[in-house]
Design a protein around this ligand. Sequence first.
Ligand code: GRF
Length: 205
Amino acid sequence: MNKKRVAILISGRGSNMMALIEAARARDYPAAIVLVVSNRPEAVGLGRARQAGIATAVVDHAPFGDNREAFERALDRVLQQHRVDLVCLAGFMRLLTPWFVARWSGRMLNIHPALLPQFKGLHTHRRALEAGVKRHGATVHFVVSEMDAGPIVEQASIAVSEGDTEETLAKRVLEVEHRIYPRALRAVAEGRAKLPPSNSKAASY
Ligand code: GRF
């Protein structure tokens, strides 16, 4: 099988990264995780990736200051060196410029801890509780220039109950994340889910 070569971009603990690494161990999985890149040298996920036998790289954004594109060019060089086909953002806490997004258009996924288009941005669990929603969840989507707005590839939800707190919600939503990200990557790697050419909101299957 000609497996797609995948890089995972992280900034932190990397639990979604681990879910993807574990899924990709299956022989029939259509993608291989060939690289984990962090923009933060201290990211806990880097050690976890190394332990799992995955190549890691750090492209620290700090020395680039405000020059986002220069940071992204450095990042892109590392991705090219590893002949990466697809990029998965997994808790990668940098906004990407239109240049980078266009370069990886249709080949870059992100996971967001809410049922998009609800609760884009940060503090999704707190905002879900404040809004009183009865269901909450997670979404994997193609990355487009507008933050958390790309066509949806996978989404799953959980019920919100009376006693839920930000922490209990975060925990249950994280379990959902770990389930749907490997599914979404499989669909994209197999060419079943594609970024539609128009501005349609649904990824075509
Ligand atoms: C996840 O909740 C993800 O949805 C969000 O950032 C968090 C990253 O967690 N984008 P982890 O590093 O994968 O454990």
